[in-house]
Design a protein around this ligand. Structure first.
Ligand code: ADP
Length: 163
């Protein structure tokens, strides 16, 4: 059986923390699908196509990863491609309740699919896309939080938006 996992998220934008998780997954799974979520009620900074293309550009050199956009439930996508594993990252206790609730709902809806949790490395535990956007809004240093071309995309987006 091929080991295929789905790593879903907003990736608005992708950060060093996400990249670390994907690199680690690529060493233990045959195939990883990074699933860029498009939820109707969420207010994203980047469009789904921009978020997808930033993810792709950060993963050059990792052969067993593909990046797809999906509107709808992650389990539906997993069932469609016959993947049995959804992976989520856990940074701190504050992430726990939400992740537990989501994993429980998913396992009620699709008992054949497992949610696996990967713990963030301590050096990335403080990074979130929301925090990165706040730092960028105020012109702060983005080095160590996101790759340099993602920092540039953030600066451009914020500059154009404030015009
Ligand atoms: P969502 O809106 O679905 O939480 P995110 O893009 O914020 O989407 O996160 C996607 C996944 O990556 C989640 O499982 C989240 O816990 C994880 N994640 C976010 N930031 C980090 C980080 N710094 N280190 C490791 N995992 C992270």
């Amino acid at each position: 059986m091929s080991k295929h996992c789905i790593y879903p998220g907003s990736f608005d934008p992708i950060t060093m923390g996400h990249i670390d998780i994907i690199q680690r997954l690529s060493a233990v799974f045959d195939q990883i699908t990074v699933l860029v979520a498009q939820a109707p009620h969420k207010n994203y900074l980047f469009s789904s196509e921009e978020r997808q293309s930033l993810v792709v550009s950060c993963l050059q050199g990792i052969k067993n990863v593909d990046v797809e956009i999906h509107q709808g439930l992650t389990i539906e996508y997993a069932q469609k491609v016959q993947a049995r594993v959804i992976v989520r990252g856990l940074r701190a206790v504050s992430d726990f309740e939400y992740e537990l609730a989501m994993a429980n709902v998913n396992s009620k809806l699709a008992p054949e699919i497992e949610t696996l949790i990967v713990f963030t490395r301590p050096e990335y535990g403080h990074i979130s896309s929301r925090m990165v956007k706040e730092v960028a809004e105020f012109g702060g240093e983005l080095k160590d939080l996101v790759p340099s071309h993602v920092a540039e995309a953030l600066r451009m987006k914020i500059h154009h938006r404030s015009k």
